[in-house]
Design a protein around this ligand. Structure first.
Ligand SMILES: [Zn+2]
Length: 803
C-alpha cells in the first residue's frame, strides 16, 4: 500500500500531474501538452472580483449543495444501492454525478482553505459511495438498487443503453474527475481506490476485442485521462482513445455519433456532450500526437468562433436537444447557452491554448468566464441559471435547484479551479493569460519565480506585475494582449467593434515605457529578470459598441456594449418604467462609465442617453424624448428580482419592441398545464413571431409530452363579451419536437363550469400565421384553450389573442 502511494506521488511530481490540479510540474512529460497550466494551488488570489466569488462558493454554495443533495435524495440513492436504506430513487440515473461534482469542488476548495469538518464529511460521503459499489467495481446506483420498476433509460444488462440515455459511463467520468481531485487535495486514496476499481472494470469490459459501445454522454474520456495522469496506467489512456474511436458513423448527431470523431467538422448536437468530447479529444491528441483529432477540433473550433458563439461566450443556442443551432442561428430571448456548456467551453479553450499557444483561445475563454459562465450563479451563491438567455421579458428567474442539477454542481466544482487559468508555462516561457490580483510561485527550469499581480481588472485596465526570480534569470514573459483591447471582440468576423480607433497599449518596465514585439497575441518580454522588476500594462478601457455580422438575424439593427472583458445588458430595474425592449440608443451616443461600489457587490455601470420607441397606429415606431439609460454587467443581472433584460440594444427604432397597448389577453392572468410556470407569460406578451419556428421570441410548449390533452387559460380582469380568438402555433419541425396540434378547442367559464364555445367557423390549423376561430358571443371571466397534442410530438404556442 505505502509503496504504491509513494509511486503515485513520484508520478505526480515527475510531471504527469492532472491538468489544473495541485503538484508542482518539475519537468515536461514526454508526449503531453507543450504548454502546462500553473496549478491553481500555486496561485493565491488577492483581488476583489474573483476572491469573493470563490469565498462565497466555499462558505455558501458548497454547504448549500451538500444540504440539497441530502434533501433531494442524491445521497439516499447510494444508501439504497448499498442496501442500507429503503426508499425511492431520484428522477435521473445521472444524479450520482451531483455528489461526485460536489466532492470535486469541495476537494479544490479544501486546497485553497483547509476545513477539517468538510474533510471529515467528505470521508463519510466517500464511505457511502464505496458501499454502493458492486464487488467487481461497477458503480451505478440506479441499477444496483434493484428497484421493482427500473428507470426507463436503463437496459436489462449493464451498459446496454449507454449509447442512448443510461449515463452509466457519464457517471464513471465524473467519478474519476472527483476521485482524482480528492486524492490530489488530501493524499488519501479512499476515493481514488473506488475509481481505480471502477476504471479497471471498464478496461476489462470495453476495447477493440471486447464490448464496442460509445459513451452516450461524453466525459468518461476526460476522466480516464485524469486517471491515467495520476496512476500512470496506460490502459486508461488507451480506453479514452477507444471510446472516441468507437463513436460513429451511423448514430445520432444529437450525441455526435453520426460521423467518426476525426471526420467531424461542425459543432453539432447536445452542446455539453460535444464540448466535453472536443476537450477529451484535445487531451488524447496531446498525449498521443493524434493528428486526426487535432485537425477535427481545429476545424470545429473555427466553426464555433465563426458562427456559433454568443457575445457572452455562451454556446449551444437551442433548448431543443440542448444543442448547437444552425450556423449564425443565435436567438437571444430563447438562447439556451447552458451553464454547463459555458464551463465546457472554458475547459476546451484552455486545452486549445495549451496545444497551440495562441492567445485567441484565451480570448474566448476570458469572454465566457466573465460573462456567460459567471451569469450561471447569483451573487448570493445559492441561486442558479441553467439556460443563460440574452434577453428576457421577465420570464427568467434563477432557481434554488433543478431536478436535473448538472449546472449547479458543475459551477461549484469549476469556481475553485479558476486561479488555474491565470498562468501557464512552456519551459522558460511564462504566459500571463488572465489579469487578477494574485501571488503565484512558478517553477521554471531556470529558477523559481514569484509573480505578483495588482490590478482592479475587470473595472480598470492597469495591471502591475512584480517579478521576483530566486536569482537573476533569463526567461520570456508572454503577456496576453486581449483581443478586445486590440481589434476584435472575438478571433473571427462574427462580431466587430463599431469604433475602429484603438489606442496603443503601453507597457512599462520599472517605470519606463518599452518597445515590445507580439507573437500569437502576446507581448513577449524576453530578458534577464531580476528581483523586484516591475511591469505595468495599461489596457484601454473605453466602452465599445459591438455589432454582429449580418448573417446573425437576431442581432440586426442592434449593438452590444462591452468594456474590457465585460459584456453589458440593460435590466428593467435601472430604467424608467422598468421597460427595456423598447429602448433605442444611437450608435454615436456617448457612454459614461462609473464604478458603483454599492450596487451588485461593486460594478462599473454605463449610462447614456437613449429613446423609448412608442407605437403609433399604422406608422413606424416613433421615439420618445431622450432619457437616461443604464447598463450593468451581464453576469450580474437577475440579482434584484426578475424583469426585462437585453444584451443587444436596438440602434434603429424598427427593431425595438414598443410596449403594446393593453388588450383583453395581455391583462389576463395565464395558467397552463405546461411544466414551466414562467413560460406561460409568452402567450400574451404581444411579441409577434416571424414564423412558427421563430425562436427569437418566447413561446409556451409542452415538450416532451406527446399525444396528451393540454390546456392554457386566461382569467380576465373582468367579464368581457368575446367572439373571436386567434392562436399562433409554435412548430419547429422537422428538427424539433413541436408540431401543429391534432386539434384545439375553446371553453369559456359559465358559472363554475367550462363550456365549449359554439364556433361559427372551423378551428384553423396551419403554421406561420394566426389561426382564427369565430364563435357565438359569450360574456365570461375566463377562457380556456384545450390542445390535443399530435401522436408523436408536442405542440407550442407563440401568442394567443382574444377579441
Ligand atoms: Zn447543466
Amino acid at each position: 500500500m505505502s509503496m504504491q502511494r509513494k509511486q503515485l506521488k513520484r508520478i505526480v511530481a515527475s510531471g504527469a500531474a492532472s491538468l489544473l490540479l495541485s503538484g508542482a510540474i518539475a519537468q515536461q512529460p514526454t508526449g503531453d501538452y507543450p504548454i502546462q497550466p500553473v496549478a491553481f494551488t500555486q496561485v493565491h488570489l488577492t483581488d476583489n472580483f474573483w476572491r469573493p466569488r470563490l469565498e462565497t462558493n466555499a462558505n455558501v454554495t458548497i454547504p448549500y449543495i451538500l444540504q440539497k443533495c441530502r434533501e433531494e435524495g442524491r445521497i439516499n440513492n447510494f444508501l439504497i444501492a448499498a442496501g442500507k436504506k429503503k426508499g425511492k430513487l431520484t428522477a435521473f440515473p445521472f444524479d450520482d454525478t451531483d455528489l461526485y461534482k460536489l466532492l470535486e469542488g469541495a476537494s479544490y476548495s479544501l486546497q485553497e482553505k483547509y476545513d477539517a469538518k468538510l474533510d471529515r464529511e467528505m470521508d463519510t460521503l466517500i464511505q457511502i459511495i464505496g458501499d454502493a459499489q458492486e464487488p467487481d467495481g461497477y458503480l451505478y446506483t440506479f441499477r444496483t438498487a434493484h428497484v421493482d420498476k427500473p428507470h426507463e433509460w436503463i437496459g436489462s444488462k449493464r451498459w446496454e443503453k449507454d449509447e442512448e440515455l443510461s449515463h452509466e459511463l457519464y457517471n464513471c467520468g465524473h467519478l474519476y474527475e472527483s476521485a482524482v481531485a480528492h486524492y490530489e487535495a488530501t493524499g488519501k486514496r479512499t476515493f481514488l481506490n473506488i475509481a481505480i476499481k471502477n476504471a479497471d472494470l471498464l478496461v476489462k469490459t470495453f476495447g477493440p476485442d471486447k464490448l464496442h459501445i460509445y459513451p452516450g454522454h461524453q466525459i468518461v474520456e476526460l476522466g480516464l485521462v485524469k486517471m491515467y495522469r495520476v496512476t500512470g496506467k496506460k490502459e486508461y489512456l488507451d480506453l479514452a482513445k477507444f471510446f472516441l474511436d468507437v463513436r460513429g458513423p451511423g448514430g445520432d448527431a444529437y450525441n455526435q455519433a453520426d460521423k467518426k470523431v476525426v471526420d467531424q467538422n461542425e459543432a453539432e448536437g447536445h452542446a455539453v456532450r460535444a464540448t466535453y468530447m472536443y476537450t477529451g479529444m484535445a487531451d488524447v491528441a496531446a498525449l498521443t500526437g493524434d493528428e486526426g483529432y487535432l485537425h477535427a477540433i481545429d476545424t470545429i473550433w473555427n466553426n464555433v468562433a465563426d458562427k456559433k458563439l454568443y457575445i457572452t461566450g455562451g454556446i449551444g443556442a437551442t433548448g431543443n436537444g440542448e444543442a448547437f443551432g444552425a450556423n449564425y442561428d443565435l436567438p437571444n430571448m430563447s438562447a439556451y447557452a447552458e451553464t454547463c456548456a459555458a464551463i465546457a467551453n472554458v475547459y476546451w479553450n484552455l486545452r486549445m491554448f495549451l496545444l497551440h499557444g495562441d492567445a485567441k483561445y484565451m480570448d474566448v475563454l476570458e469572454r465566457t468566464l466573465y460573462n456567460g459562465l459567471l451569469s450561471g450563479i447569483s451573487l448570493s451563491g445559492n441561486r442558479f441559471f441553467y439556460p443563460n438567455p440574452l434577453a428576457s421579458v421577465g420570464q427568467h428567474q434563477r432557481s434554488a435547484w433543478f431536478s436535473c442539477a448538472c449546472c449547479i454542481t458543475n459551477m461549484t466544482r469549476f469556481l475553485p479551479s479558476m486561479p488555474g487559468y491565470i498562468y501557464a508555462q512552456d519551459k522558460n516561457d511564462l504566459f500571463v493569460n488572465l489579469f487578477v490580483s494574485n501571488n503565484a510561485t512558478i517553477k521554471l527550469p531556470a529558477a523559481d519565480v514569484k509573480l505578483t499581480q495588482q490590478t482592479d481588472y475587470p473595472w480598470q485596465g492597469k495591471v502591475n506585475i512584480t517579478v521576483e526570480p530566486t536569482k537573476s534569470t533569463a526567461f520570456a514573459l508572454h503577456i496576453r494582449i486581449p483581443g478586445w483591447a486590440a481589434d476584435k471582440p472575438i478571433p473571427s468576423d462574427l462580431y466587430s467593434f463599431i469604433s475602429t480607433i484603438k489606442p496603443a497599449i503601453p507597457i512599462y518596465l520599472n517605470g519606463k515605457q518599452i518597445d515590445y514585439t507580439t507573437d500569437k497575441g502576446y507581448a513577449v518580454l524576453n530578458r534577464t529578470w531580476k528581483k523586484g522588476d516591475k511591469i505595468t500594462v495599461d489596457f484601454p478601457m473605453q466602452v465599445e459598441k459591438v455589432t454582429a455580422i449580418d448573417s446573425v438575424k437576431a442581432d440586426k439593427g442592434r449593438f452590444a456594449l462591452q468594456r474590457g472583458p465585460i459584456v453589458y445588458c440593460l435590466e428593467g430595474t435601472d430604467q424608467k418604467d422598468s421597460t427595456v425592449q423598447s429602448i433605442v440608443i444611437d450608435t454615436t451616443a456617448a457612454i459614461n462609465a462609473v464604478y458603483k461600489p454599492d450596487i451588485l457587490n461593486g460594478i462599473t455601470t454605463l449610462t447614456t442617453q437613449g429613446y423609448i420607441a412608442t407605437k403609433v397606429p399604422k406608422a413606424d415606431n416613433a421615439l420618445s424624448a431622450k432619457q437616461t439609460i443604464t447598463a450593468i454587467p451581464y453576469y450580474s443581472w437577475n440579482n434584484r428580482g426578475s424583469g426585462e433584460m437585453e444584451v443587444w440594444i436596438p440602434y434603429t427604432a424598427e427593431v425595438a419592441r414598443p410596449k403594446p397597448s393593453p388588450t383583453i389577453a395581455s391583462k389576463a392572468k395565464v395558467t397552463s398545464s405546461a411544466r414551466s410556470k414562467l413560460m406561460v407569460k409568452a402567450v400574451n406578451d404581444q411579441f409577434e413571431p416571424a414564423d412558427s419556428k421563430d425562436q427569437s421570441t418566447n413561446y409556451l410548449h409542452w415538450w416532451p409530452a406527446k399525444d396528451t390533452t393540454e390546456w392554457v387559460q386566461y382569467d380576465f380582469d373582468k367579464a368581457y363579451t368575446i367572439s373571436q380568438s386567434k392562436v399562433y402555433w409554435y412548430d419547429d419541425k422537422p428538427w424539433g419536437g413541436c408540431d401543429l396540434p391534432a386539434s384545439w378547442q375553446l371553453l369559456y367559464k359559465k358559472g363554475d363550469e367550462w363550456v365549449p364555445v359554439k364556433n361559427t367557423t372551423e378551428y384553423e390549423i396551419a403554421k406561420d400565421k394566426y389561426d382564427a376561430v369565430q364563435f357565438e358571443p359569450v360574456t365570461t371571466t375566463a377562457l380556456r384553450l384545450v390542445v390535443q397534442l399530435p401522436k408523436n410530438d408536442a405542440t407550442g404556442i407563440h401568442e394567443w389573442i382574444v377579441e
